[in-house]
Design a protein around this ligand. Structure first.
Ligand SMILES: [Zn+2]
Ligand SMILES: [Zn+2]
Length: 245
């Protein structure tokens, strides 16, 4: 009864004091995505530049792939990733950036479903996938944040693609402080052996999709993919929502 009343009150408040769109400030009415008006949300469009077929890094020139479509970026040629390929359909820019920050740091978990739909709208699942996994958070970080935003994305993607999204196949065993201010070398050092697969037989021979919210340098997803491959996974595909470009 109490819950029904509060829901009713929220609805009433919404009519009397409409919530503003987090980007343009327009009052929200029947817009399908929470916190954003439809015109602002429709600004989120896939990256159109040619990208490295392995890591998904956009090439500076639009002609980069015109002569050899399999051309890998310099980074992938020097340091072949542990994952089969990474797909990141969107740039980490407004309003997607605001939506990810609202989900991740302000607990707006209602955004997980529309964000996962953005991935599913831009890219299909790779062939013969057995399960969708999220990049895990350390238990200490999970206690601070109360949820793993990547796991919410993985679950919604799993629902869209009719695939299981189990939670405990890979764990983060080492607590790493925030990585954002570190150099690539420092990040790599911090990440070494920070993931573990508790029951290798559960992933042996499996083809897995690994989901994360933002692809920054790719160091985290690569370390995760490496751990999964070493534990016996046959192939790991990385799907992230947005990348820094
Ligand atoms: Zn707006
Ligand atoms: Zn590459």
């Amino acid at each position: 009864m109490k819950q029904t009343t509060s829901r009713w009150l929220r609805r009433l408040l919404h009519v009397v004091l409409p919530m503003p769109c987090r980007l343009c400030g327009q009052a929200l009415r029947d817009d399908p995505v929470p916190f954003f008006c439809q015109p602002c949300w429709s600004l989120i469009t896939p990256i159109r530049l040619p990208t490295c077929p392995r890591c998904g890094r956009p090439f500076p020139s639009s002609h980069a792939l015109s002569h050899s479509p399999g051309h890998l970026c310099g980074w992938c040629r020097q340091h072949p990733p542990a994952y089969h390929h990474a797909r990141t359909p969107y740039a980490y820019q407004s309003p997607l950036k605001e939506a990810i920050l609202l989900l991740k740091y302000h607990g707006k978990t209602q955004l997980a479903s529309p964000l996962a739909q953005l991935i599913a709208r831009a890219v299909g699942p790779p062939p013969n996938v057995d399960a969708i996994l999220a990049v895990p958070l350390h238990s200490r970080r999970l206690r601070e944040r109360e949820f793993n935003q990547s796991l919410l994305l993985a679950r919604h993607l799993g629902r869209q693609w009719h695939l299981p999204a189990p939670t405990s196949l890979i764990q983060r065993t080492v607590f790493t402080p925030s990585q954002t201010s570190l150099t690539r070398r420092e990040r790599l050092k911090n990440l070494r052996r920070c993931f573990a697969v508790p029951i290798p037989s559960a992933i042996e021979g499996k083809t897995l999709v690994l989901v994360d919210d933002v692809f920054t340098t790719g160091a985290t997803v690569n370390e995760c993919a490496k751990t999964l491959r070493q534990a016996g996974a046959q192939a790991v595909y990385v799907y992230t929502l947005a990348r820094m470009i």
